[in-house]
Design a protein around this ligand. Structure first.
Ligand code: ADP
Ligand code: ASP
Ligand code: MG
Length: 421
C-alpha cells in the first residue's frame, strides 16, 4: 500500500459540485488501495474575500486576529470534503493545522513550519480513513496561537506532510495541467513542461508564478519530496518538479519559463548626496522596516550637482510603511524627495541553460525593443534575468519574449477554472 498526499487548491473546490468531484477523485485513489492524505485550500476566492472583510472593519487588522479569520476558510472546505467522502461510503476525518501537528514559529501571516507531528493523521490512516488537513495553517507552541503560512501556503502544508509521513510524491492539484513556460492566462500558447528542476521552479515561484508556492518548492528540495503539479479537472500527467541532486534529470530547453509579478512597487529616492555611505544609510533604514527589497538601481550622479537618484523595488504591501519610514529620515540622509510608483511590473526569464549560453540578455532586450517596451530596471542571477516595465505593457512583453525564445507550443493551454485572483 502506498501513501499519497494530494493537495487541492481553491479553484478545485470552489463550490459544492466541485467538492463532490474532488471527493470522487479521492475515493478512486483510496479504492486503488492507497492511503490518502488530502490538504485542501479555502473554497474559490474565499481567502481574498475574508481579507477584504477584515480591511473593511480595520485598515490594519491585527495579525493574530487575521490568522484566526483566514484559517476559517480552510475549515469550511475540509469539513465539507470529509462529509462528501463519507456520503460515498468511505471513512474520512478532517483536521485543522494544529490537530495535524503543524508547529510553526510565531510570525502571523508568514509563519514558518518548525516541526510536523502528524500523529493523529497516522492514526486516521491506520483506522482506514482518508485524512483531510486544512492547508496553510499551524500553531505556535510558545504563544499557543493559530498561525498562517502566507498566501498560497497550502502547497507547503502538503509538501511538509508528505515529508513527515514519508510519502515520495506530493500531488498538487490545480486549475491548469501543470507548470507551463508562462502563465497560460497571459500566454495561451504556453507549453506544459513535463519536468522542471526545483532550482528553476524556485526562481519562477520567487518571480511570481503562483502555480507553486516558493516555500513548498524549498521544502520539497530539502526533504527529497518530488512535487507533481497537475489538473484536478482531467487525468493528464502534469509537471514533475525534480531534484537533480537526487539523480533526476530534465531534458528541456535552455529556458524553463517566464514569470510575471504585478505585486511590486518602485520607490525612488531623489537627490541623494553622492558621497560614500549614503546607500548604506538608506538601505539600513529600509532594512529596519523588514521589507524585502528586490532590484536596486543607482543613477550616475549629475556632475554639477553631486546628487544622484536611487531606485528599488519592493512588495506593494510594504510600500506605505517604507515610504513613511524613509520620509522620517529625509533631513538626516539629506535627499530631496521620494517618488512612489505602483504601476510597474517585473518580468523574469528563467533557465538553467543560461549558465552555459551567451547572448540571452541581448535576445531578451531585442525582443522587448521590437515590441516597443521600455526597460526601467534590470537584474540578473545565475539562471534568471529580470526586468521592470510599465504594468500595462507587461503582458505584451511576456508574449513577445515567449515567442522570441521559441517557447510557443502547438496547442492552446486550457485554464479549467479559477478567477486568477
Ligand atoms: P490553486 O487555487 O490551485 O492554488 P493558483 O491560482 O494558486 O491555484 O495557481 C494556479 C494558477 O497559477 C493558474 O491558474 C495560472 O494562472 C497561474 N500560473 C502562473 N504562472 C504559471 C505557470 N508558469 N504555469 C502554470 N500556471 C501558472
Ligand atoms: N487559502 C489560502 C490562500 O488563498 C492558502 C492557499 O490557498 O494556499 O492564500
Ligand atoms: Mg496556489
Amino acid at each position: 500500500m502506498s501513501l499519497i498526499v494530494q493537495k487541492y487548491g481553491g479553484s478545485s473546490v470552489a463550490d459544492a459540485v466541485s467538492i463532490k468531484r474532488v471527493a470522487k477523485r479521492i475515493v478512486e485513489t483510496r479504492k486503488a488501495g492507497n492511503e490518502v492524505v488530502v490538504v485542501v485550500s479555502a473554497m474559490g476566492d474565499m481567502t481574498d474575500e475574508l481579507v477584504d472583510l477584515a480591511t473593511e472593519v480595520a485598515p490594519l487588522p491585527s495579525g493574530r486576529e487575521l490568522d484566526m479569520l483566514l484559517t476559517a476558510g480552510e475549515r469550511i472546505s475540509m469539513s465539507l470534503l470529509a462529509m462528501a467522502i463519507k456520503s460515498m461510503g468511505f471513512e474520512a476525518r478532517s483536521y485543522t493545522g494544529s490537530q495535524a501537528g503543524m508547529a510553526t514559529d510565531a510570525h502571523h501571516g508568514s509563519a514558518r513550519i518548525v516541526e510536523v507531528n502528524p500523529t493523529r493523521i497516522r492514526e486516521a490512516l491506520d483506522a482506514g480513513a482518508v485524512a483531510i488537513v486544512a492547508g496553510f495553517q499551524g500553531f505556535n507552541r510558545g504563544t499557543g496561537d493559530i498561525t498562517t503560512l502566507g498566501r498560497g501556503g497550502s502547497d507547503t502544508t502538503a509538501v511538509a506532510l508528505a515529508a513527515a509521513l514519508g510519502a515520495k510524491v506530493c500531488e498538487i492539484y490545480t486549475d491548469v495541467d501543470g507548470v507551463f513556460t508562462a502563465d497560460p492566462r497571459i500566454v495561451p500558447t504556453a507549453r506544459k513542461l513535463a519536468r522542471i528542476t526545483s532550482e528553476e521552479m524556485l526562481e519562477l515561484a520567487a518571480a511570481g508564478a503562483k502555480v507553486l508556492y516558493i516555500r513548498a518548492v524549498e521544502y520539497g528540495r530539502r526533504h527529497g519530496v518530488t512535487i507533481h503539479v497537475r489538473s484536478s479537472f482531467n487525468n493528464n500527467e502534469g509537471t514533475l518538479v525534480v531534484n537533480p541532486e537526487d539523480g533526476e534529470t530534465v531534458e528541456e530547453g535552455m529556458i524553463a519559463g517566464i514569470a510575471v509579478d504585478l505585486g511590486e512597487a518602485k520607490i525612488t529616492v531623489v537627490g541623494v548626496p553622492d558621497v560614500p555611505g549614503k546607500a548604506a544609510e538608506i538601505f539600513t533604514i529600509v532594512a529596519g522596516t523588514e521589507a524585502n527589497i528586490d532590484m536596486i538601481v543607482q543613477n550616475v550622479s549629475a556632475a554639477d550637482t553631486g546628487l544622484t537618484d536611487i531606485s528599488f523595488t519592493l512588495p506593494m504591501a510594504d510600500g506605505a510603511r517604507v515610504m513613511q519610514t524613509l520620509l522620517g529620515a529625509k533631513k538626516k540622509v539629506g535627499f530631496d524627495s521620494l517618488q512612489y510608483d505602483d504601476q510597474v511590473a517585473k518580468l523574469a526569464l528563467v533557465g538553467a541553460g543560461m549558465r552555459t549560453s551567451s547572448g540571452i540578455s541581448a535576445k531578451l532586450f531585442t525582443a522587448l525593443y521590437e515590441a516597443g517596451i521600455n526597460i526601467e530596471m534590470i537584474s540578473t542571477s545565475e539562471i534568471r534575468i529580470s526586468v521592470v516595465t510599465r504594468a500595462d505593457s507587461v503582458e505584451d512583453a511576456v508574449r513577445a519574449v515567449h515567442t522570441a525564445f521559441e517557447l510557443d507550443g502547438d496547442e492552446l493551454a486550457v485554464v479549467h477554472a479559477g478567477t486568477g485572483r
